[in-house]
Design a protein around this ligand. Sequence first.
Ligand code: FAD
Length: 209
Amino acid sequence: MNNFDLLIVGGGPAGLSCALTLGSAESMSFVANKKIGIFLHSTHSDMHKALFNNALGINTGTKGPDILENGIKHLTENYPQIQPIFDAKVLKIEGTDGQFVITSEQGIFYTAKIVVAVTPRVNFDIQGLMDYVEPHSKMPPVKKFIQLRNEDHVVAPGIYVAGVLAGHRSMFAIAAGSGQAVATDILTEWNNGIHTLAHDVLPSEKNKY
Ligand SMILES: Cc1cc2nc3c(=O)[nH]c(=O)nc-3n(C[C@H](O)[C@H](O)[C@H](O)COP(=O)(O)OP(=O)(O)OC[C@H]3O[C@@H](n4cnc5c(N)ncnc54)[C@H](O)[C@@H]3O)c2cc1C
């Protein structure tokens, strides 16, 4: 019941964008049989304090909490195959690629792969990942951000990191983009290494694309 192919930890711009991209790839044969979930614990997202006047596609003056609320609605209404796990803080990650065990406030979950996209603050306390924590390399030290050591979003086999926690500067589009980058890396992995995108196309362009 709690067995997944992929679990995304974090429902901010990075985690939600990763989930939306994977959800939109549902018609691909190598995705159709995959069970994907996302932890949507949202107590500490940086989005709770943010106001947006500079993000492409987002109306001037949009509030961060509204983007999160609409993002969760967008995901659950359009891609119900992605299982939301509400109000469950992740406490511990154990295991190896293909066989991870995630301990959360809502119990134990099993998954083959993990995307970690949680808040990059000094109070980061997920057991099993603490050895990868280092000071953030692209944020002012005074802000005390952290990142997880990674190479092109890969922390360890089967563990990806996305968002500001991956070492990106704290900007909405960068965080969301890194979530999409990780989603397409995972699609590529599931597609036996064949580079894979998830595009929807205007009806008028369908036969040309
Ligand atoms: C005051 C302020 C103003 C900003 N203004 C702008 C702006 O004008 N333009 C712009 O582009 N960017 C702005 N930003 C930056 C933008 O909000 C961030 O870059 C973005 O939120 C980062 O997204 P993320 O997904 O990496 O992390 P987050 O948004 O922090 O999301 C991480 C998610 O992980 C969850 N989480 C944390 N710990 C756990 C756990 N243990 N288990 C499960 N879930 C967990 C959190 O609850 C959260 O939902 C602003 C930020 C702040 C603070």
